[in-house]
Design a protein around this ligand. Structure first.
Ligand SMILES: Cc1cc2nc3c(=O)[nH]c(=O)nc-3n(C[C@H](O)[C@H](O)[C@H](O)COP(=O)(O)OP(=O)(O)OC[C@H]3O[C@@H](n4cnc5c(N)ncnc54)[C@H](O)[C@@H]3O)c2cc1C
Length: 372
């Protein structure tokens, strides 16, 4: 069992995604930080669809944890049971904590998020899916939210001649909370690059093949339209990861799996347990918001540790989104502007560099590796 240091309080951050890495980094100078993460490397999944279409991006989006923290440490492991003050890993190791930050995020179907902890295995899976995509003639993407739109754009940018069908049960792309003119602009750009949009088109049955498997199939919609393809991917389904909550913390897990938090981002009913990022009920599920929450959680823990200052409340953000369609296209809704983000702005903010520079820097990597 690891004991907390007497000199500085022990903060255990569970999950080394966007919320966890930022919380750990922000508290590294004031606490004994332990970051618990099962994966070999941080996965910059914001760029995962680019890496699927262009394998040269793969090494740039898997970043080693070893230079993230100056004095804290990263333990490779999975939290199996978390109670106030104590974390038990799947290995059986117990870690005592003065403060705990739950940052275990969410799962999302491959290829948007990686479903394996080993970087070697994850790369192998992406390479196999890339090879299947390269060989496919007709690709069906089920789900026309941000992930489906972005994947359609990446496929068309890499293989302009490939037939791509983007299908959804909803009658528009993107999701209800975004502006109608943004949805219209995204539809316009998708159609212009030859993506076939099938909206308000529930399928009668799921495709008979596994997602990512190269094999001919035909499915039909409720209205009787047949779709033939030789590859498909599921582009919907965020599921929060919170099955480890136990004891006093179990009650904060909502039936849908998200963790209820207070305006201070403390887990409901707890003073020293916080949650940030996709797993919490604080806001929409975005890496940028996970970072903002991490900053607030770290500030509140710092205030509790030092006794200086009040706790700050989190304000949820208005709808904000950037949706690239390939490296040079897309649109978005950004704060402080009534106009839609132009394709050029989207390319600048995300599409060209996929925000890798900012994360390489955080991980102390000055010249990201590249691969042919
Ligand atoms: C294709 C795609 C593109 C996106 N693009 C953008 C974008 O452009 N901008 C944006 O703001 N957002 C974007 N997002 C959303 C963004 O990726 C998520 O909001 C973000 O990943 C949330 O970060 P997080 O730290 O809460 O969770 P995650 O990134 O899910 O990280 C959680 C971490 O916890 C670890 N973990 C899980 N269970 C345990 C356990 N029991 N013990 C220890 N560790 C555990 C996981 O291994 C993982 O590393 C995109 C998402 C996808 C899928």
């Amino acid at each position: 069992m690891s004991e907390p240091s007497r000199a500085r309080p022990a903060v255990v951050v569970i999950g080394g995604g966007y919320a966890g890495i930022n919380t750990a980094k922000f508290l590294d100078d004031v606490a004994d930080v332990v970051l618990v993460e099962p994966k070999d490397d941080f996965v910059h999944n914001v760029a995962s669809l680019r890496a699927l279409a262009d394998l040269s991006w793969l090494p740039r989006i898997y970043l080693p944890y070893d230079r993230l923290l100056a004095s804290g440490r990263v333990i490779q492991g999975r939290a199996a049971k978390v109670e106030a003050g104590r974390v038990t890993l799947a290995s059986g190791e117990e870690i005592q904590a003065d403060y705990i930050v739950l940052a275990t995020g969410s799962d999302y179907p491959f290829p948007a998020k990686s479903d394996t902890d080993s970087t070697g295995a994850a790369h192998g899976k992406v390479r196999a899916a890339h090879a299947a995509l390269a060989a496919a003639r007709r690709v069906l993407l089920v789900g026309a939210g941000p992930v489906g739109i972005e994947l359609a754009g990446e496929i068309k940018a890499a293989w302009p001649g490939k037939h791509v069908t983007l299908l959804d049960v909803a009658d528009d792309v993107l999701g209800a909370r975004f502006r109608d003119d943004l949805k219209a602009e995204l539809r316009r750009q998708l159609t212009a690059i030859g993506v076939e949009l099938m909206l308000a088109s529930p399928l009668r049955q799921a495709p008979p093949t596994a997602p990512g498997e190269l094999k001919d199939f035909t499915v039909s919609t409720e209205s009787g339209t047949e779709i033939s393809a030789d590859l498909w991917f599921r582009c919907y389904g965020v599921s929060p990861v919170s099955d480890y909550l136990a004891g006093d913390l179990a009650g904060a897990r909502r039936p849908d799996g998200f963790i209820e938090v207070t305006p201070f981002l403390q887990v409901a009913g707890q003073d020293r347990v916080f949650a940030a990022g996709d797993v919490s009920t604080a806001d929409h599920k975005m890496a940028g918001l996970a970072r903002r929450q991490a900053e607030l959680v770290a500030g509140n823990i710092r205030a509790l540790i030092t006794g200086d200052g009040e706790l700050s409340s989190y304000q949820s953000s208005p709808p904000v989104i950037i949706v690239p369609i390939g490296p040079e296209g897309g649109s978005g809704q950004l704060p402080g502007s009534d106009d839609l983000a132009t394709a050029e702005r989207v390319a600048e903010v995300k599409g060209r560099e996929m925000m890798v520079g900012r994360y390489s820097e955080l991980f102390g990597i000055t010249a990201p590796a590249s691969e042919g």
